[in-house]
Design a protein around this ligand. Structure first.
Ligand code: PMP
Length: 966
C-alpha cells in the first residue's frame, strides 16, 4: 500500500504543552490563537516585539525537509519576496525536535507575515488573480537552481503522483456517482499527461501558492506563507494549486487566464508544460476532494478540512465541465499573448463584394424582439444577401441573437469570434493561403503558415469542391487561390480563422472570455477584402464621458453599471447583449419598445409635432379619455411633461382655488424636483437635509406607515388621525390653520409600496376639506393600473381627491403628465392668466398617451398586474418564511417592496439591501433599494411582465439572500 493511503493525522498536543515548549525553548510568548492546518498544528503567538507562528509539524516531517524550507526562505527573501523568517531557539537551533507523548515532533518559531489571505477576498477578481500568478512566477524563478536533499520527498501534493493519490483514496468518496466522475477524469488526464512527461521541467517549488497562502497587507503588499509542501517536482506544479483554486470561485476561467498570464511574465513555460497545465489542474481538484474526504474519514473532528470540502467539490465540478481542448488553447493564448506579431493571410476566401450585416445590440435589423425567434440570424442574413453579394456578419460584435433572457449576467455567449456568410446563389470559396485541406464535420479546415481556417455549415450548406475530388478522403495540399468549396444558395456558412493548428473555438463566447478568445481567433477581415470588424464597446469609457460632462448630482445605478442600450417588454439589454429583467421600471408600464407606442410616436412625428395652442385631434382625444378614467366630477385635464410639473401645477391650483398657500405634506415622501414639488418632498433617501430645509408654508405630517411608523397595527389609522387633529389644533392656536390643502401619495411609493392604514386617507381628506383645503393625490408612481385591483391609488383607500397629479406611466417613458381636477378648481386658475406648456400635450405626446391607454386596455395590463402581482407577492412572502432578513413584503399588484432587516428589532439593513441588489445584477435582475433607510427593494416592473420572469426574479432573490447572509 502506498503512503498516499494514509496521510499523517495532525499532532495531538494540548495548549498547555505548547505553552511549556515555548517557554523552555524561546522564552515568554503568549498564545493568541490556533491557526488552521490540515496536517500540522500552528499557533499564533506574540511577545512585546512582534508576532510569530509556532509550528509543530507531524511526525512524518523530517529535519532535512525543514532545513530545506529555511534555506528556500532565505532565497525568496533575497529575491525580494515577503516570507517568514525562522527565529532560533535559545540553543541556537532553528528546529527543536520535541518529544510529546513518545512522539518526536519538530517544532519551530517563524516570524508572522502580516496580512490577510487573498482567500478572504469575497470578490477575488482579475487583479488578485494576477497577483497570485505573479507570486507563483516569482517563486518558481527564485527557486530555479535551488537544490537540497530535503526537497526530494514523497507527498500526496506532488503533481507528479496525483494519479496515484486519486487511485489510492478514491474509495474514501462516499457518493458512487462522484467517485465514478473522479475515476473517469483520472482516465483522460492520464492519457493527456502521458506523452508530455518528457517535456516537463523539474525544479524545487513551493507547491502551494494559492489564495490561502498568499497574504496581502495595504502597507507591505503581498506575502507568502506555509512552506510545508516545498518539494522537487514539475515546475508547472507551481501554477497548478492556484489554477485549481480559481475553480472554487465564480468566473473561474477569467481568473485562471489572468493567473497564467502573470506567471508567464516570470517563467517561460515549454509547450509540454502549457499542455499539462489544464489536466494537472483538474487532477489537483480531484486530489483535493479525495484527500479532503479521506481526511474527514480519519480525523472526523477536523473542521478545517470539513469546511473546505464544499469549495473543493465545487472546484472539481466546475473544472470537469470544461472542454479540455478549449482550455488548452486558451491557456496557451494567455501564456503566450496570442498571435499578435503574426501577419494575417492576405488572400481572399470570397471574391467580389460582400454585404456587411450588423447583428449587434444596436442593429436596425431587428424589431419587436425578433432576435429571440429561432433561426433569426440566417433569416436576417438571407434577407440581405444578393446574387454576387454574399452577406457577412461582423467579427467582434456582441450578437443580440445569442442573448438569454432570464439568465445571469455574462452567461450568454454573445461575443462573435467567428463570422457567418449567407449566399443567395451557389458561391465558391477559394484558398486564401497555401495549406493542407482536411474534411471536418459539415465543412473543412485549411491549415498553413501558422493559421487554420475553419469553414462549416448546417447539413449540406458547405460542399467541398476541390478540382478532381468530390470529397476529401485524405488531407491534401492546396495553393492560394484554388477553389475549395461551394456554399449552397439560400444557406449560410460559418468561418473562423485561428492561430496555430489547435481546435476550432466556439463561434460565440462569453463576454468575460472575449479578450482571451480574440487572441486565438482574430479578425478575419482580409479574407473578405473589406473591414468586417465591429466597433469595440466600452461601458467604462462611456461612463467616464458621462462623469466628465453630465452633472454628477444626476446619479446612476450601480458602481460599475452595464451600459443599457436596448429594451423589449420587461427586459433590458446591455452593449454586451446580456439581458436583464427590469424590476424597477415603473414608467414603462406597457413594456420597453412597445410596438404600438413606437408606431404612434413615429407616425405622429412624421405628420406633425407642435404645441397645444394649435387645434388638433389628439389633445382632445387624450383629455377625454383621461377625464373618463377619473372619478365623477374630475373632468378637466391639464397636460404637462412630467410628474414634477404635474405636482407643481396641482399645488398652484390649490393655492389659487383657496387663495391660501399653506400645504400639509407627509414625511418620507418624494413629489418631484421643481421648486414647488421639491418644497413638499421630505424623503431623506433622496435628500438627507429634507426635513430641516422645507419652506415655512409646508406643514409636515407624520408618515402614516403602519409597518415601521409611530403607530403600527390595525388601529394605526385612528392614532395617526388623532395626531393630525392635534397638529391642526396647534396650527389653529398659532393662527396657521388656513390651509390651501394636502398633498399625499395614496400608497407610500417612496417607502417601497407600504399601504396606508385603512381609512386614513378618507380621514385626512375630511379634515382638510373641513378647513376649506383641497386634496391632491399624487398618483405619479402608484396610479394608472399598477395596483392591479385599482386603477388609481386613492381607490384602495376609498377616498376621492379634488386634484389628481399623474405622469410617468402615462407616456411609457415619453415625457407626459397630467393634472385632472374639477371644473371649479380649473376655472379658478384662470385668474393667473393662461396656462401654457410648450410640449405638454403635443401631438406626439398625446398620440403616445393614447397608444399607452390602448395597450392598457387591449393587453389587459392592469389584470396582469393583479394576477402576476399577487403571485409575485405570495412568492416573496414564501421567501420571507425562509429568510429572516425579509422583515416585510409591502404593496399590491405590481407595486411591491421587500423590506430587509437585521435582527428581531426590525432594524433596517441598508448594507444588505445594497449587497443583494449588486448580487441580483449579477443574476440578471435590475432591482434597487428605496425608502428613508434605503433598505426596501422596490419591485415595480413593466405591467406586461411574464410569470416566468417573476419566477426567475424570485429564484434569483432567494439565491442572493442566501449568499449575502451566509
Ligand atoms: N411624484 C412622485 C410620487 C414620484 O415618485 C415622482 C418621481 N419619482 C414625481 C412625483 C416626479 O416625477 P418626475 O420625475 O416625472 O418629475
Amino acid at each position: 500500500m502506498s503512503i498516499y493511503a494514509a496521510p499523517p493525522a495532525r499532532p495531538v498536543v494540548s495548549v498547555e504543552e505548547v505553552r511549556g515548549v515555548l517557554e523552555q525553548h524561546w522564552g515568554a510568548l503568549r498564545i493568541v490563537t490556533e491557526l488552521g492546518s490540515q496536517q500540522d498544528r500552528n499557533f499564533l503567538v506574540e511577545d512585546g516585539d512582534g508576532r510569530y507562528v509556532f509550528k509543530l509539524a507531524n511526525s512524518a516531517t523530517t529535519t532535512a525537509e525543514l532545513e530545506a524550507q529555511h534555506l528556500a526562505l532565505q532565497r525568496l527573501a533575497a529575491a525580494g519576496l515577503r516570507v517568514p523568517a525562522p527565529v532560533p531557539a535559545r540553543d541556537g537551533r532553528e528546529v527543536a525536535p520535541l518529544t510529546i507523548r513518545g512522539e518526536q515532533l519538530p517544532a519551530r518559531l517563524l516570524t508572522f507575515v502580516e496580512g490577510t489571505p487573498l482567500l478572504a477576498h469575497d470578490d477575488l477578481g482579475p487583479e488578485q488573480a494576477r497577483w497570485l500568478g505573479d507570486t507563483a512566477g516569482r517563486v518558481a524563478r527564485a527557486l530555479e537552481h535551488f537544490e537540497h536533499p530535503g526537497t526530494d520527498r514523497l507527498s500526496q501534493w506532488d503533481v507528479r503522483t496525483g494519479l496515484d493519490v486519486v487511485a489510492a483514496l478514491a474509495a474514501s468518496v462516499p457518493s458512487p456517482v462522484r467517485r465514478a466522475q473522479i475515476l473517469e477524469a483520472a482516465e483522460w488526464i492520464a492519457a493527456r499527461l502521458e506523452p508530455l512527461r518528457d517535456g516537463l521541467v523539474t525544479q524545487v517549488i513551493h507547491a502551494d501558492i494559492t489564495d490561502d497562502n498568499v497574504v496581502h497587507d495595504d502597507a507591505s503588499g503581498l506575502g507568502i506563507i506555509d512552506f510545508g509542501d516545498l518539494m522537487r517536482s514539475w515546475r508547472i506544479g507551481e501554477l497548478v494549486p492556484m489554477a485549481a483554486s480559481c475553480y472554487m470561485r465564480d468566473e473561474p476561467d477569467a481568473l485562471l487566464f489572468e493567473t497564467v498570464a502573470a506567471f508567464a511574465e516570470h517563467v517561460e513555460s515549454t509547450d509540454a508544460e502549457l499542455a499539462a497545465l489544464w489536466p494537472l489542474t483538474v487532477l489537483r481538484a480531484a486530489v483535493l476532494v479525495v484527500s479532503g474526504e479521506h481526511q474527514v474519514m480519519v480525523d472526523g473532528d477536523n473542521d478545517y478540512a470539513d469546511l473546505r470540502r464544499t469549495a473543493e467539490w465545487r472546484a472539481f465540478a466546475q473544472a470537469v465541465e470544461r472542454d479540455p481542448d478549449e482550455m488548452d488553447v486558451l491557456v496557451r493564448a494567455a501564456a503566450r499573448g496570442g498571435f499578435a506579431p503574426r501577419e494575417l493571410p492576405a488572400g481572399r476566401l470570397i471574391d467580389g463584394p460582400v454585404e456587411v450585416v450588423d447583428l449587434s445590440v444596436l442593429s436596425d435589423e431587428y424589431d419587436a424582439g425578433s432576435w429571440l425567434e429561432s433561426g433569426a440570424e440566417t433569416r436576417i442574413l438571407l434577407r440581405r444577401a444578393a446574387p454576387g453579394r454574399p452577406a457577412v456578419t461582423c467579427w467582434g460584435e456582441y450578437r443580440l441573437t445569442r442573448t438569454h433572457p432570464r439568465a445571469p449576467r455574462g452567461a450568454a455567449a454573445t461575443f462573435a469570434v467567428g463570422v457567418d456568410v449567407a449566399v443567395a446563389v451557389d458561391t465558391p470559396l477559394t484558398a486564401p493561403f497555401d495549406g493542407t485541406l482536411a474534411a471536418r464535420p459539415g465543412g473543412f479546415v485549411l491549415m498553413g503558415g501558422g493559421w487554420s481556417l475553419w469553414v462549416g455549415g448546417e447539413g449540406s450548406a458547405v460542399a467541398v469542391d476541390v478540382p478532381g475530388a468530390l470529397r476529401i478522403a485524405e488531407p491534401r495540399s492546396v495553393r492560394r487561390g484554388e477553389r475549395l468549396a461551394l456554399v449552397r444558395a439560400g444557406t449560410a456558412a460559418t468561418v473562423q480563422l485561428t492561430a496555430g493548428d489547435g481546435i476550432r473555438p466556439p463561434h460565440c463566447v462569453r463576454p468575460l472570455l472575449a479578450a482571451h478568445w480574440r487572441r486565438v481567433a482574430p479578425d478575419p477581415s482580409p479574407l473578405f477584402g473589406t473591414d468586417i470588424t465591429a466597433p469595440e464597446v466600452s461601458p467604462a469609457q462611456t461612463l467616464q464621458r458621462r462623469d466628465a460632462a453630465f452633472a454628477s448630482a444626476q446619479e446612476h445605478y450601480y458602481g460599475q453599471p452595464p451600459q443599457i442600450e436596448r429594451g423589449w417588454r420587461e427586459f433590458l439589454i446591455d452593449t454586451e447583449a446580456q439581458t436583464y429583467v427590469d424590476v424597477v421600471n415603473n414608467v414603462t408600464i406597457a413594456g420597453h419598445a412597445h410596438p404600438g407606442v413606437v408606431a404612434a410616436a413615429s407616425r405622429q412625428w412624421s405628420l406633425l409635432n407642435t404645441n397645444s395652442r394649435f387645434h388638433y385631434a389628439a389633445v382632445a382625444e387624450l383629455s377625454e379619455r383621461l377625464a373618463a378614467l377619473a372619478p365623477e366630477g374630475l373632468d378637466r385635464v391639464f397636460l404637462v411633461n412630467s410628474g414634477s410639473e404635474a405636482v407643481d401645477l396641482a399645488l398652484r391650483l390649490a393655492f389659487t382655488a383657496t387663495g391660501r398657500s399653506r400645504m400639509l405634506a407627509a414625511r418620507e415622501a418624494y413629489h418631484g424636483w421643481t421648486l414647488g414639488a421639491d418644497s413638499v418632498s421630505t424623503s431623506l433617501g433622496d435628500n438627507p437635509r429634507a426635513l430641516t430645509t422645507r419652506p415655512s408654508w409646508v406643514e409636515l405630517i407624520d408618515a402614516p406607515n403602519p409597518v415601521r411608523g409611530t403607530h403600527r397595527g390595525p388601529d394605526a389609522a385612528a392614532a395617526y388621525l388623532a395626531d393630525l387633529d392635534r397638529l391642526l389644533d396647534d396650527l389653529e392656536a398659532e393662527g396657521r390653520a388656513e390651509l390651501a390643502g394636502v398633498i399625499i401619495e395614496p400608497i407610500f411609493g417612496n417607502g417601497g409600496g407600504v399601504l396606508l392604514p385603512q381609512g386614513y386617507l378618507a380621514g385626512v381628506y375630511e379634515r382638510v376639506r373641513a378647513l376649506g383645503g383641497i386634496c391632491i393625490s399624487d398618483e405619479v408612481q402608484v396610479g394608472y393600473g399598477r395596483l392591479g385591483e385599482f386603477f388609481w391609488g386613492f381607490e384602495q383607500q376609498d377616498a376621492v381627491p379634488d386634484v389628481i397629479a399623474v405622469a410617468k406611466a402615462m407616456g411609457n417613458g415619453q415625457p407626459l403628465g397630467a393634472v385632472i381636477t374639477t371644473a371649479a378648481i380649473a376655472e379658478a386658475f384662470e385668474q393667473e392668466g393662461s396656462f401654457f406648456s410648450s410640449a405638454g400635450g403635443s401631438p406626439v405626446s398625446s398620440r403616445v398617451g393614447l397608444a399607452v391607454l390602448d395597450a392598457l386596455e387591449t393587453e389587459g395590463l392592469q389584470a396582469n398586474a393583479r394576477e402576476v402581482g399577487t403571485e409575485f407577492a405570495e412568492a416573496l412572502r414564501g421567501l420571507a418564511e425562509r429568510h429572516p432578513a425579509i422583515g416585510a413584503v409591502h404593496g399590491m399588484g405590481l407595486y411591491l417592496g421587500v423590506e430587509l432587516v437585521a435582527g428581531a428589532a426590525f432594524t433596517p439593513d441598508a448594507a444588505l439591501a445594497g449587497r443583494v441588489c449588486d448580487l441580483l445584477l449579477a443574476e440578471g435582475c435590475i432591482v434597487q433599494p428605496t425608502g428613508d433607510h434605503k433598505n426596501v427593494l422596490k419591485i415595480k416592473p413593466p405591467l406586461c411582465i411574464a410569470r416566468e420572469s417573476v419566477e426567475y426574479v424570485v429564484g434569483a432573490l432567494d439565491r442572493c439572500l442566501s449568499r449575502a447572509t451566509a
